[in-house]
Write a protein that binds this ligand. Structure first.
Ligand SMILES: C[S@@+](CC[C@H](N)C(=O)[O-])C[C@H]1O[C@@H](n2cnc3c(N)ncnc32)[C@H](O)[C@@H]1O
Length: 292
């Protein structure tokens, strides 16, 4: 969550538009081409609901659903949750203009704190959205625990719409985290710059190299920053961190899954998977799970 200050939000948007970063385009294809099917599954028998999005970002993909739901006159409130205050103020200001009639309550904070707040605001049935394979930004054990924690905030019949990046050709995966323009590199280095800005540190970002890896066996795609030299970094004038040349900082994981693994994760967390939507290349899936 520390990646997303205003600079990180902008870099992530640039990344979504870059050629090699396929997950956004795949999920965008699913949301734009299967809008009615996804919305009909969410609407179900038509009871009013809260559509709660965890880590909404710029909500480009969700906007397809929101527009269709409004056209269908579905009775729903949209509650985007994001740790970035920049994101929430952007959504609160822009969405009511682009989507007239939308009931929106943006919630700025951490997923579960805000999920509790959402429950205190309304007792309607919940449809949670967790898109962009954000679930992959956790190691597998933590992802399973995350799904259980989400389930514990839901009642039987509530839903989770979850977007997950699938295992595929290793070169395709690696290229997405090693783009030619160097956006992923800048996205990672921004975290060091953020530590400089907010914690008064003195990282020299030119002394760190971006190193992404993908292991097709485990499905773990990881990014590291490698120290180019022996160096000391001072944080807030109090703490000194020594890096030896070639020492690494583990920055992020983007785990890839098979459909079978995703279904198992649902069942383990007491959900029933009821639908899977795929892009034409079968690189990405959005699944609908119902809380049991
Ligand atoms: C990878 S972006 C995805 C944005 C969007 N869902 C999409 O698919 O394009 C992740 C978003 O989740 C937010 N986020 C990350 N960790 C969070 C946390 N623990 N609590 C709340 N928001 C978080 C970030 O600020 C960012 O906007």
């Amino acid at each position: 969550m520390y990646f997303y200050d205003a600079n990180g939000d902008k870099l992530f948007q640039d990344l979504m538009n870059c050629e090699e970063y396929y997950p956004t385009n795949c999920e965008l294809e699913i949301f734009s081409e299967k809008t009615a099917d996804i919305c009909n599954a969410i609407i179900g028998s038509g009871d009013p609901f809260d559509l709660i999005e965890l880590g909404a970002g710029d909500a480009t993909k969700s906007t397809y659903l929101l527009k269709y739901l409004l056209e269908q006159k579905a009775d729903f409130n949209y509650l985007p949750i994001d740790i970035s205050s920049n994101v929430i103020s952007y959504l609160n200001i822009t969405l009511p203009v682009t989507l007239p009639g939308l009931n929106i309550t943006g919630l700025n904070g951490e997923y579960f704190d805000m999920l509790k707040k959402a429950s205190s605001i309304s007792g309607r049935r919940k449809v949670i959205m967790f898109l962009g394979s954000n679930i992959g930004n956790m190691p597998v054990d933590a992802a399973e625990q995350f799904c259980m924690d989400v389930r514990n905030h839901l009642s039987p019949g509530d839903m989770l719409l979850i977007g997950v990046d699938l295992k595929k050709n290793p070169k395709t995966v690696l290229a997405a985290y090693n783009d030619k323009e160097g956006i992923t590199k800048r996205f990672n280095l921004n975290l060091l710059e953020r530590i400089n800005r907010e914690l008064n540190a003195n990282f020299d970002v030119n002394q760190f190299e971006h190193y992404p890896t993908y292991d097709p066996e485990t499905g773990a795609c990881k990014s590291y920053l490698i120290s180019k030299a022996d160096q000391d970094v001072r944080i807030n004038g109090m703490e000194t961190i020594h890096f030896v040349k070639d020492e690494y900082i583990f920055m992020e994981i983007s785990q890839k899954f098979t459909v079978q693994q995703i279904d198992q994760m649902a069942i383990k967390a007491s959900f029933k998977p009821i639908a899977h939507f795929f892009d034409s290349k079968h690189w990405f899936t959005d699944a609908i799970w119902v809380a049991q």
